[in-house]
Design a protein around this ligand. Sequence first.
Ligand code: NAG
Ligand code: NAG
Ligand code: NAG
Length: 317
Amino acid sequence: MARFLIFMVLHSLLLFFISGGSAATFTLTNNCEYTVWPGSLSGAGTVELETTGFALQTGESRSLNAPAKWSGRFWGRTLCSTNSTTGKFTCGTGDCGSGTVECSGFGAAVPATLAEFTLDGSGGMDFYDVSLVDGYNVPMLVVPQGATSPGGNCTATGCLVDLNGVCPSVLKVVLASANGGSESVACKSACDAFGSPQYCCSGAYGNPSTCKPSSYSQFFKNACPRAYSYAYDDASSTFTCYNANYLITFCPSTASEKSAGDDPKAAAALPLINSTMAFLSGDEVSSGDASLSVPRAALLSVSLAVLAASSLLSRPY
Ligand SMILES: *[C@@H]1O[C@H](CO)[C@@H](O)[C@H](O)[C@H]1NC(C)=O
Ligand SMILES: *[C@@H]1O[C@H](CO)[C@@H](O)[C@H](O)[C@H]1NC(C)=O
Ligand SMILES: *[C@@H]1O[C@H](CO)[C@@H](O)[C@H](O)[C@H]1NC(C)=O
């Protein structure tokens, strides 16, 4: 019996070291009032997850296990349907171009909000972020849970506000809606909209000392202070934990943020939501750069959404 126990203990230890002990569970939840089809893409040299694309109805969750050292990204696809003639599955935003619900190694079409992870990276820490570098399509929150040891700035990150209506007109993606009108469905990055090296941080602008925030990246940063707003936004947008699991929520409420036990240290540095709401007043966005002016109706609806969120209604959007 004692021998058997020793064998079991050694066996577990061996498994622990072989696996690195730092696999993670990602739990994706859809709080949006519409269906979201999450997609995932693994980084070079790591396996694809058990599914690379699936539907999440309003209120649904699904958990996925990722092996140790996994790296990759998640995003939400919206306005998806299967063409009855061709049988192809496509999405209005975040489409991965696979023609099926599974993304199978294909990435997201821009613009799309991305949640990015590297498990067990440098120093044994997980690195993660929510990125608007490729634009924005849906609000996302990432909350780490159950980290095995303290350390790292292991806290919630994301972009909690709906930017589609308030998006500067030159960046706005508008699609025809079912009722014959039109609907703002996503917000492009300046790199995507204009393609210039200075916005894309390429060529002569391919390093942190030459590529600086622009008025466009600042629009994203003001609204979502912890999310990446341009390629070299690392210092305020990369987060680290030791061996955590991660909750990823589409259209989070601020109530879910509070219950996540936000780390006060990191929270003090940069809030998840810009509570000054000054960026929604229309004054700043329209001053200086005329192309950044925003329709009043959109401002009003976003202001109302943020007001609702800050008064802790559980379904502000
Ligand atoms: C389905 O695909 C065909 C062929 O590409 C296209 O002409 C048609 O507009 C599509 N239908 C819908 C509803 O998008
Ligand atoms: C979190 O920690 C990482 C690693 O030390 C660091 O690079 C990053 O700038 C920190 N992020 C924030 C938001 O302070
Ligand atoms: C909030 O937005 C205003 C612009 O409206 C900006 O000046 C301020 O720096 C932002 N705060 C944070 C924490 O990003």
